[in-house]
Design a protein around this ligand. Structure first.
Ligand code: NAD
Length: 485
């Protein structure tokens, strides 16, 4: 079988595809079959230099355009992305293995939302006037310069767009390095932005392993680093950026709590737990993987959950009927299998799944453990796969400190019909993104990001503007100036 997935070349720099086959080859593997469907090359020092030179050269003219002009280009790119949603979704499914049923509604569409939202906002970015008697200060909101985006593999189109759209709206240029596991989709984002009118060099993509990311982070031509990845990578990237006193956004991992009280609507609570654990085969950073279920509803919850999981359609992810696909890679599947074994070894009760699916590719069954305790490995570490840990609790006072007892703070959710309790619990969560009677919605209009070790900064909404621009204060004196001598 041949796949329409081999890109024209590995990198997109200065408005065109660029290749340097001296770089380490990176095979693109289709997770549903394990077949090689493309090959790119990791960026050589010459490619890294070319990308940063192009981004630097394009930045001043891009920032000098009016916000309306920049915004028009971003909104045109959003329109193109929506027109090509089908093809982009098929590519996203090849890149990640996520079912087309998902990719056709959350990847290019959410990328387009970001381009449209920040495109609309570009013309509204202004400074402030601060009157001081007859003197005054005005502030200018200025671009940071060249922004570096580094992506994870679970949402390649979305991450490339969520970082690119606010960066470009503010007058920055970008060099984006996708995950080596999913190198294809970001190239399409770059192509579309260029086609929409972004001048050459405004948005560039270079491929590479972690060493390429590291070389880019420490290059003095980079002014800001935005990483989506794991906490261990975040520590390294944050430290390297700190050496150059660079701005950072860190969108890192999580082990988020989802609390289900016994007054919750059972069907909605089960839906929330499914969305928060099994969407994208569990490969979502904000997943609510520690599901605390109040004792009164526990049996009913587990029974209904098992019934609903039996309805998952596991199969060819390009088939629109498929609702559950493979893990992204053999390596990720093995990591998750290791956690499943550890759950069993440490005494958790396997109530659903736990095995590979009998077909090619990297499929694991949706897996549920009950009777999980707070100290078990599967309740403490981010698994990043389809493994739900169900923990029991008695009451709110007991569950809240347990929910917050984690180094992570990305997301948290609560299901209850008690209005005041819902808001009290949301206020008590130590997490950046919280949900009441829903889970994992991420509209561009709402800030998204983590607290504690899950991150620094926010993506989406007007909050992102603060992380892709800086304020300059200009003091204006109207009268004479006194000095001590
Ligand atoms: P990862 O940390 O292994 O890699 C992320 C990216 O960093 C890749 O592009 C990789 O090549 C690059 N990288 C690795 N070492 C580097 C270094 N020393 N310097 C610079 N770049 C380096 O993460 P992953 O396995 O690709 O993705 C899964 C992780 O991402 C999970 O922990 C998940 O929770 C997290 N994630 C977070 C969010 C969020 O918005 N908070 C979203 C998606 C994924």
């Amino acid at each position: 079988m041949t796949y329409p997935t081999q890109p024209t070349a590995s990198h997109f720099i200065g408005g065109k595809y660029v290749e340097d086959t001296a770089g380490t080859p990176i095979d693109v593997i289709y997770p549903a079959t394990g077949e090689v469907i493309g090959r790119v090359h990791s960026a050589t020092p010459a490619i890294i230099d070319q990308a940063l030179t192009a981004a630097r050269a394009a930045q001043a003219a891009w920032a000098a355009m009016t916000g309306t002009e920049r915004g028009r280009i971003l909104r045109r790119a959003a329109d193109i992305m929506r027109e090509r949603n089908h093809d982009l979704s098929v590519l996203e499914t090849f890149d990640t293995g996520k079912p087309y049923q998902e990719t056709s509604v959350v990847d290019a569409t959410s990328g387009a939302d970001a381009l449209e939202y920040f495109g609309g906002m570009a013309a509204t970015l202004t400074g402030q006037h601060i009157q001081l008697g007859e003197d005054w200060v005005y502030t200018r909101r200025e671009a940071l310069g060249v922004c570096l985006g580094i992506g994870a593999w679970n949402y390649p189109t979305q991450i490339a767009s969520w970082k690119g759209a606010p960066a470009l709206a503010c007058g920055n240029t970008m060099v984006f390095k996708p995950s080596e596991t999913t190198p294809l989709c970001a190239l399409k984002v770059a192509e579309i932005l260029f086609e929409a009118g972004a001048p050459a060099g405004v948005y560039n993509v270079v491929q590479g392993l972690g060493d390429v990311g590291a070389a880019l982070v420490s290059d003095p031509r980079v002014d800001k680093v935005s990483l989506t990845g794991s906490v261990p990578t975040g520590r390294k990237v944050y430290a390297a950026a700190a050496a150059g006193i660079k701005h950072v956004t860190m969108e890192l991992g999580g082990k988020s709590p989802l609390i289900i009280f016994d007054d919750a609507d059972l069907e909605n609570a089960v839906s929330g737990a499914i969305l928060g654990n099994f969407y994208s085969s569990g490969q979502v950073c904000s997943n609510g993987t520690r599901v605390f279920v109040q004792k009164g509803i526990k049996d009913a919850f587990l029974a209904r959950l098992s019934e609903r999981l039996a309805d998952a359609l596991i199969g060819d992810p390009q088939d629109p009927a498929t609702s559950f696909g493979p893990m992204v890679s053999a390596r990720q599947m093995e990591i998750v299998q290791g956690y499943i074994a550890k759950g069993q070894d440490e005494g958790a009760r396997l109530v659903y799944g736990g095995d590979r699916v009998a077909r090619g590719g990297f499929y694991l069954q949706p897996t549920v453990f009950a009777d999980v305790t707070d100290d078990m490995t599967i309740a403490r570490e981010e698994i990043f796969g389809p493994v739900m840990a169900v923990l029991d609790f008695e009451d709110e006072a007991e569950v809240m400190p347990r929910a917050n007892d984690t180094e992570f703070g990305l997301a948290a959710g609560v299901f209850t019909r008690d209005l005041t309790r819902a808001h009290r619990v949301a206020a008590g969560f130590e997490a950046g993104t919280c949900y009441i009677n829903t889970y994992n919605d991420a509209p561009v209009e709402a800030p998204f990001g983590g607290s504690k070790q899950s991150g620094v900064g926010r993506e989406n909404a007007s909050a992102a503007i603060a992380h892709y621009s800086q304020l300059k204060s200009v003091y204006v004196r109207m009268g004479d100036l006194e000095a001590p001598f």
